[in-house]
Design a protein. Structure first.
Length: 320
């Protein structure tokens, strides 16, 4: 049924003359989805419907680009941070172009290679070029400040991630989640083998009453946030991702990890992020200390841990 609807949308598109094909296909899918699809479908249920519609559209129109329409109620922006990523940046953007983003913001920081020219001209793409090395976190905050849409997806220029995976985070926020984290739990070792950074991430979530989030964190891409989340924690908080996450949890925002994308093996090895106690690890640990301090100022030093009375402590001890 979805494939037939896609073919019908392609026929109407052709009848109306040249236009933005992706925009027309997206609108056709949204109209059809609103009328025919059940409410509150999950991402795993939505994706095959979207792909069937896309195939029907492509077969009828001759379009070769496998674009993926999504039933988004609100518009979405993509923010890509890149530092000397000319080998992968074009492929990263190619995946993003398959999705119905209203804008794609590429933050180039400290690039001395061909990253600037690797970003092809596209009406949806905006390049923000900074000669000095800003770092991914500052780059994401700058991109978020420049973005205009209600849903913001963040990814990096050195990781070519399938559009089908990125779509999951857009749908999660569109359906009401304020922060959609990448669920890295399937790719992490058991607790005894985890490094200090992973344990810091898990402790932050535990201390704020969300042990179910395990070690999932805004430090990992891809992730998506709502405009409400940005307004609640402040765009500047994204400069310290654990702080933004801690503030979001403390202020009652809807935070979840709706989808798993293996970025552990895809993470680019650099001189500063390998080995025990490396510079990146120390920075992330410091960010978590700053995050804990920020929420302790309003939540108290115990955070979400319950303070037991002497009698309750004695009762718990005697039960051992």
């Amino acid at each position: 049924m979805a494939a037939e609807a896609g073919a019908h949308a392609a026929f109407l598109d052709g009848a109306q003359g040249p236009s933005s094909t992706l925009k027309r296909m997206q609108q056709g899918f949204q109209d059809w989805y609103l009328e025919h699809a059940p409410a509150d479908l999950s991402y795993r249920e939505i994706l095959p419907i979207a792909l069937a519609f896309s195939k029907g559209y492509a077969d009828a129109s001759g379009v070769t680009d496998p674009w993926i329409p999504l039933p988004l109620k609100e518009g979405a922006s993509a923010i890509v941070t890149a530092s000397n990523e000319e080998k992968t940046l074009s492929a990263v953007l190619s995946e993003l172009r398959k999705l119905p983003f209203k804008e794609i913001i590429v933050v180039l920081n400290g690039c001395s290679d061909g990253s600037f020219t690797a970003v092809e001209r596209d009406p949806r793409v905006t390049k923000l070029n900074f000669p000095q090395r800003l770092g991914h976190d500052i780059g994401r905050a700058i991109g978020a400040a420049a973005a205009s849409e209600p849903i913001l997806l963040f990814t990096d220029g050195d990781m070519v991630l399938p559009a089908e995976d990125l779509a999951a985070f857009l749908i999660a926020v569109d359906q009401g989640m304020d922060i959609a984290l990448n669920d890295l739990s399937p790719y992490l070792p058991p607790f005894p083998q985890q490094d200090e950074v992973t344990r810091c991430k898990a402790f932050l979530n535990q201390a704020l009453g969300r042990p179910d989030l395990e070690a999932n964190s805004l430090t990992a891409v891809p992730h998506a946030v709502s405009r409400r989340a940005l307004q609640t924690v402040g765009t500047g908080a994204l400069i310290v991702p654990p702080k933004a996450q801690a503030l979001a949890l403390a202020r009652g925002l809807a935070v979840g990890a709706p989808h798993s994308v293996d970025v552990v093996r895809k993470n680019r090895i650099r001189s500063g992020n390998t080995g025990a106690g490396n510079g990146v690890a120390q920075m992330i640990i410091g960010d978590h200390i700053e995050a804990l301090d920020a929420v302790m100022q309003t939540e108290g030093v115990r955070l979400r841990y319950v303070t037991l009375s002497r009698s309750e402590l004695a009762k718990a001890r005697n039960a051992l």
